[in-house]
Design a protein around this ligand. Structure first.
Ligand code: NCD
Ligand code: ZN
Length: 342
């Protein structure tokens, strides 16, 4: 195989931030993807129609007029009214729920995961057909946080059978079992959870650029995720969770969680699917599954990849912002040759 085409790739979990870092990273997604589901975890978070419209506008202005659609979200609040959600429904693709304090900028997340507390908003979302994206982690031992959250996913799935629930960035084999058990559960998978284990973060020298929430796990977890993604199981879709932080806030004491992969994800996924002889499933994993799950039709964008070495840049810089991608300075065997918009 010497070349490969990806049609209208979608990134169903992306952090774009704001201000200069938005200006730095937005073009690195809008160039290569047709659309992306944008996380609302700014400080303050996106929780009103005004903030949503203004943020979407700033994103569009930062994208350099590529053929790209930001699929925007709002942050889950326990006191959203039915009228508010009805009024905003056509402007958003989903509502994102963060439990309080489990990851970057989740100080504004929900402080209780009790069904009775969440019920009013979830019932309205369910009636209105608004999907729920969840960062499913507790505050337990770091390797067990996702596993400990599974009973919560299960009770959400049972209590709200008409609600589409997306288990974000799944990282364990136990999550896969639960995903398959309930019709209304779906999942996103990142490229880093398909490639890394905890050894790549702390097994040798500490690597802050592979540190994220949920933390990458054991080899058997990675293997199970890989099999699920390679088979393009219809309940999973690609969501990079590309989460840029300034170099100085990664390479330091108290380093921030988040792996930046936006400009290298398509090349890495092509390499990975080719290595396993599964390129035939790549378009489903990167676009078709998400189109079906979310019932969306992405803008047309054709990405031509060729088997040619690509050295991942050491960092990406704009004004005072500098972001280091995963695998900085390393070689990948696939490059993006041509992009056709329209
Ligand atoms: C994300 C971020 O930096 O906003 N960090 C991360 O490690 N994935 C937040 C998140 O999605 O957990
Ligand atoms: Zn995220």
């Amino acid at each position: 195989m010497k070349d490969f085409i990806i049609n209208s790739p979608l990134d169903m979990h992306l952090h774009l931030r704001d201000d200069d870092i938005l200006k730095l990273v937005a073009p690195l997604t809008s160039k290569y993807f047709s659309g992306a589901l944008i996380m609302p975890n700014l400080l303050p978070p996106i929780t009103t129609k005004e903030a949503l419209f203004a943020y979407k506008q700033r994103i569009i202005e930062s994208c350099n007029h590529d053929n790209f659609e930001p699929l925007v979200t709002i942050l889950f609040q326990v006191d959203y009214t039915y009228e508010f959600l009805k009024n905003i429904k056509d402007e958003i693709i989903a509502v994102k729920l963060y439990p309080f304090g489990v990851t970057t900028n989740s100080e504004t997340g929900v402080s209780s995961m009790e069904i009775t507390v969440l019920r009013p908003t979830l019932e309205s979302m369910s009636k209105l057909g608004i999907p729920l994206c969840v960062h499913g982690e507790t505050k337990g031992f770091v390797m067990d946080r996702e596993k400990e959250f599974l009973p919560i996913y299960e009770s959400l799935a049972i209590n709200f059978p008409d609600l589409k629930i997306i288990m974000e960035h799944i990282s364990t084999k136990e999550s896969i079992e639960l995903l398959k058990k309930y019709n209304n559960l779906y999942a996103t998978i990142t490229v880093h959870h398909l490639l890394l284990t905890l050894d790549d973060v702390t097994g040798g020298m500490l690597n802050p650029h592979t540190f994220c929430k949920p933390i990458v796990k054991r080899p058997d977890d990675r293997q199970a995720l890989l099999e699920l993604a390679l088979s393009a199981h219809p309940k999973v879709m690609f969501g990079s969770d590309s989460a840029p932080h300034h170099r100085k806030t990664k390479e330091c004491h108290d380093g921030a969680a988040g792996v930046f992969t936006a400009p290298i994800a398509l090349q890495l996924l092509t390499q990975l699917f080719e290595e396993h002889g599964k390129l035939d499933n790549l378009n489903a994993f990167i676009s078709l599954n998400a189109q079906k799950i979310y019932n969306i039709k992405p803008k047309s964008k054709v990405i031509n990849l060729v088997k040619k070495d690509f050295i991942i840049p050491n960092s990406y810089i704009y004004k005072n912002e500098e972001v280091v991608p995963m695998f900085n300075g390393k070689k990948i065997s696939w490059s993006i040759e041509k992009i056709n918009n329209g």
